[in-house]
Design a protein around this ligand. Structure first.
Ligand code: MRU
Length: 369
């Protein structure tokens, strides 16, 4: 996407140096720092520490990570058992987004099919770059399909702005281009529809106030950062027309894991008759499970992410302690919104209702393992 006149993606392969590069999202919006990933340990660290984050981007990083594994130690990558072990370590870097295992496994399989080392590296790179481009196209299509939902609301509002609420960052920074939840916003804005976005700050790491607000601002989209708890109040007062969020893993029955706090937004939306849509590429469906609350692993992160708040002060990024140092904190990173609270899914194949039958009608080729 366009950042101050320069086309940027959160991950890319630099052809000249044959290096995988990422934006270090921990530093945004205050510093735009690019990091090279040249070993599997670095790729795993970048995923765990959230230089890269967001389900489709984690998947793309996992895919390119298999290439990194293959080239980091010369032709050791010709050893099947070693390659599988390294890929297993990479697959486990974060537990909730299903895209990570999907991206790693897809590229690893292609690599294993080629036994000669050079062919293996070439096959892995080709497949990984394919994943990256496919996800960009998927997000573009999500934007095109999602536009119809925003347009319909805009027509009913007769020229009044459409107020959309979103949680966390499901923008291009979390994907490759366009984003998932933000793709319909970008498409609607580019089509001349007047939109305004309520941006949940998304504690503790503030993906909303740091990343979504930055993205929307760079695109010229009107937005307002709100506390994570403000959505219900705004909905009660008719100030939200539509909620669109992304997801890290969605079951074949339509249960949605997304950033902690999403479930409460869905409850408030249902109570106030506000449509609640989830935008996702097919790589985020976990076709093997139906019950999200029971079967989706929820990441628990370092409690210090809650206790210390990071911000920009006196020209540098620093963090400060908020609660008493001795108070324990619990950092559940995601929650599950049951399918019954979801109005529909916006996917690269179109829009469908949030039930197993509707989902499988759109994806008849996807079978449970
Ligand atoms: O912990 P994060 O920042 O990786 O969480 C990201 C989210 O929860 C996003 O909403 C989700 O991955 C969808 S991204 C298109």
């Amino acid at each position: 996407m366009n950042v101050d006149g320069k086309q940027m993606r959160p991950i890319w392969f630099d052809n000249e140096s044959k290096t995988v590069r990422v934006i270090d999202q921990r530093r945004l919006p205050h510093e735009l720092i690019v990091q090279d990933l040249t070993t599997n340990d670095q790729v795993i660290h970048a995923i765990k520490e959230m230089y890269v984050r967001g389900a489709p981007l984690i998947g793309a990083t996992g895919a390119l990570g298999v290439y990194v594994i293959l080239v980091q130690k010369g032709n050791q990558g010709a050893d099947d058992a070693w390659l599988k072990r390294e890929c297993a370590r990479l697959r486990d870097a974060r537990p909730t987004a299903t895209n990570l295992a999907w991206g790693v496994d897809r590229v690893m399989e292609k690599a294993l099919n080629a036994s000669e080392y050079g062919a293996r590296v070439a096959a892995a790179l080709k497949e990984a770059l394919g994943v990256v481009e496919e996800e960009a196209v998927n997000c573009r299509k999500i934007g095109e399909f999602g536009l119809s939902i925003i347009r319909e609301i805009a027509e009913k509002k007769n020229g009044e702005p459409v107020n959309i609420l979103t949680h966390c960052n499901a923008g291009w920074l979390a994907c490759i281009e366009y984003g998932t939840a933000t793709a319909p916003m970008y498409t609607a804005f580019d089509a001349g529809i007047d939109i305004h976005v309520w941006v949940d700050e998304t504690r503790p790491l503030n993906q909303g106030s740091r990343l979504t607000a930055w993205e929307l601002g760079k695109h010229g989209i009107r937005h307002t950062v709100i506390t994570d708890n403000a959505g219900g109040h705004l909905m009660q007062h008719g100030m939200v027309d539509l909620v669109i969020v992304g997801t890290d893993r969605t079951t074949r029955a339509g249960d949605v894991a997304n950033k902690i706090g999403t479930y409460l937004k869905a409850l408030a939306a249902r109570d106030n008759n506000v449509p609640f849509y989830v935008a996702l590429p097919s790589s985020t469906f976990d076709w093997t499970i139906t019950d999200g609350v029971k079967d989706i692993p929820i990441e628990e992160r370092d409690p210090d992410e809650i206790k210390f708040v990071q911000g920009f002060c006196d020209g540098k990024i620093s963090s400060v302690l908020v609660p008493p140092e001795s108070s324990p904190a619990a950092n559940h990173a995601f929650d599950v919104t049951p399918a019954r609270l979801v109005s529909g899914f916006i996917t690269e194949r179109g829009i469908c209702g949030a039930g197993e039958e509707q989902i499988m009608a759109l994806f008849p080729d996807k079978k449970a393992d």
